[in-house]
Design a protein around this ligand. Structure first.
Ligand code: C5P
Length: 226
């Protein structure tokens, strides 16, 4: 299984553990790790920097046309450790996680024309290399024909606790209650939007990770695959 075209999808809400497990699985298989959220984050960062006025009252065609225009300046490489994104030769990494980017990304991701552009890029990347694709709509919209599909979930309290511990380890001052409220708000936004809402893809194996370690989740995923 090499040379591109084979996809395993892992979808789920924030804090479900999908990114951690997708990374472990990609390493294990020696496949690319396609983190679709990074592309939404990169487009958001580019818009904030190059065309902030387009975000004032986003009109999807104008935003998508602008983004198509900067495509020659964008390079994406599908690595085992994730998607490497370069804009005019500069590797984007920390800026994609910056609070300013994070605060606007769901607005950009709600625009249908932007989603179609992101999906074209994602499909192009897996033609080159087999991949584990993680996100919100990988199994439902982008790769409905994926060989294996997984949907990870966990209670909002468990997901909030994971995010809280992650942020605390980075030295960020937040309360667990605030994180829980943020998670519930994002769940609501992602599940109720018109374009590609977060949902369990048809044919996906659902794993509740509330009581499982990442290694245990990986073991279950591998048991299905192998
Ligand atoms: O997964 P990550 O937190 O990097 O995703 C950032 C944002 O991008 C999500 O909050 C969601 O709004 C959007 N996203 C999406 N569809 C995907 C992946 C991410 O709408 N497949």
């Amino acid at each position: 299984m090499s040379g591109g075209g084979t996809v395993i999808t892992i979808d789920g809400p924030a804090g479900s553990g999908k990114t951690t497990v997708a990374r472990m699985l990609a390493r294990r298989l020696g496949w690319g790790l396609l983190e679709s959220g990074s592309l939404y984050r990169a487009f958001t960062w580019i818009l904030l920097r190059e065309a902030p006025r387009l975000l004032e009252s986003p009109e999807e065609t104008a935003v998508a046309n602008f983004l198509r225009g900067i495509l020659p300046d964008l390079r994406c490489e599908l690595g085992e450790e994730g998607l490497r994104i370069y804009f005019r030769g500069r590797r984007l990494s920390e800026e994609l996680r910056a609070p300013e980017t994070e605060a606007r990304v769901s607005e950009v991701a709600a625009l249908g024309a932007v989603r179609r552009l992101v999906n074209e890029i994602l499909r192009g990347l897996v033609r080159e290399r087999d991949a584990v694709a993680e996100g919100r709509d990988m199994g439902s919209v982008v790769f409905p024909e994926a060989r294996y599909k997984f949907y990870l979930t966990a209670s909002p309290e468990v997901r909030a606790r994971r995010r809280y511990l992650e942020w605390k380890a980075k030295g960020l001052e937040v309360s667990e209650k605030e994180v829980l409220e943020g998670i519930k708000a994002r769940d609501h936004k992602d599940s109720s939007r018109r374009e590609a809402p977060l949902s369990i893809p048809e044919g996906a194996v659902v794993i509740d990770t509330s009581e499982l370690s990442p290694e245990e989740v990986l073991r279950r995923v591998l048991a299905y695959i192998e």
